[in-house]
Design a protein around this ligand. Sequence first.
Ligand SMILES: *Cc1c(COP(=O)(O)O)cnc(C)c1O
Length: 395
Amino acid sequence: MFGSMKDDLTATFEQLKQEGLFKRERVLQSPQDTVITVAMPDGTTREVINFCANNYLGLGNDPRIRAAAAQAMEEWGFGYASVRFICGTSALHRRLEARMSAFLRTEDTILYAAAFDANGGVFEPLLGEEDAIISDALNHASIIDGVRLCRAKRYRYNHADMEDLETQLKAAKEAGTRYRLIVTDGVFSMDGDIAPLPQIVELAEAHDALIMVDDCHATGYLGPGGRGTAEYFGLEGRIDIITTTFGKALGGASGGCVSGRKEIIEMLRQRSRPYLFSNTLAPAIAGATLRAIDLIEAEPERCRRPVELAARLRSALVDGGLDVLPGSTAILPVMLYDERRALAMADRLLGEGIYVIGFAFPVVPRGRARIRVQLSAAHTEEHVDRAAAAFLRVQ
Ligand SMILES: *Cc1c(COP(=O)(O)O)cnc(C)c1O
């Protein structure tokens, strides 16, 4: 049987290669950092400046985070080999849940193995076929999958289009739905823009809807205290459900959570399938994430760095004639539109010692290929200026 599947798969790979859509993984020979060692196609290795990690605060290989992970492992062991409700809930897990709630200024928090699981498990226990989910068209894949796993009616509004959101809210209400949940990324990973949360809150109040924000690309650095999109807009406590990750700014290992209204979190503990049927978070991750939050609260000025450095790079690239989508986050999308051009430019930049990735379909829509540059608090001005010079050389 596999023979014919093998032929079909091989043909698909050929097709992807022809379209410039085949993904090849570059292999790192060093820990994650702003300067890393990567294996080059010719078999040599090279030191490059990394501009494509979600390591917004540079904590991925921070010695204090490593020490916290080691200490948690000493104290709590390597693994619990259990889901939470059997024997996988330690005082350390509870401490992280309470700490996340205090940090995000929410009522309660539930941990997941990944934010992908948080989004996969958040909808189905809360919403049924009499309810509606109204989702931004550019929401993350894990939200799309989570929505598919739930029986609620689906409405989609054009990206950040508040008129369309209102139209969809009205349509959902007219359809006689019981609960309506507006779902949006806080910061959109591919476009680097921030959801218009003040208007979303207004519309939710006017049309009697709940709000969920996936803040994976914001938690840890956006807002004066790095508490994310709600803090950025002064809307803490107004968001019913926040999902976020520990795999980006907060140390970058893995894990995620849902944080928000306490009855919602309780229902997820009772019914959320990725929580009930998947292993508890490793203690090293819980301990390191706790330390990451301590560091953010002790050094809030660190949160401003990625956005400041992004602004510096943006103005250099735009002055040099490059097409950069507008925004004020740590994500800079340099638009090339053509798939092959984006991937070729990323290759040439690697040759210049600048590690960035070209993004093409299906990660972004066809004809919207780009190079996404991500800044970190651990980058220096010199790193940024070298990146700008390299972009202008290869464009
Ligand atoms: C990265 C990301 C996720 C997935 O997070 P993991 O913890 O890596 O599973 C979910 N949503 C958004 C918006 C993301 O950017």
